[in-house]
Design a protein around this ligand. Structure first.
Ligand SMILES: [Zn+2]
Length: 93
């Protein structure tokens, strides 16, 4: 069965792994935060941030200063990669 957005409620849960922001975004470090200019999220995911559990994760696709598609939490500014249950990456490049 092909996964479509209409079936989001029944999609298998994603495994989230925290990524080093410096590995996925070209940005600059200011004290304890890492900022990048002009990173535009493609949309909100149904998953919430597993670290702070307050921010809804945003899908960020590859763009000028984004090297790897990832999920981003605006609340705690952490970056996550998503894997399917069998360990294959859930985000396409
Ligand atoms: Zn968070």
């Amino acid at each position: 069965m092909k996964w479509t957005p209409e079936l989001r409620g029944e999609a298998p849960p994603l495994m989230l792994v925290e990524l080093d922001p410096q590995a996925v975004i070209d940005g600059e470090r200011f004290d304890d935060t890492y900022l990048a200019q002009d990173v535009v999220p493609a949309g909100a995911m149904r998953e919430f941030c597993p670290a702070c559990r307050k921010g809804q994760l945003q899908l960020v696709l590859r763009q000028d200063n984004v090297r790897v598609a990832h999920l981003f939490c605006f609340h705690c500014t952490r970056c996550f990669g998503a894997l399917l249950e069998d360990g294959t990456p859930a985000l396409c490049e």
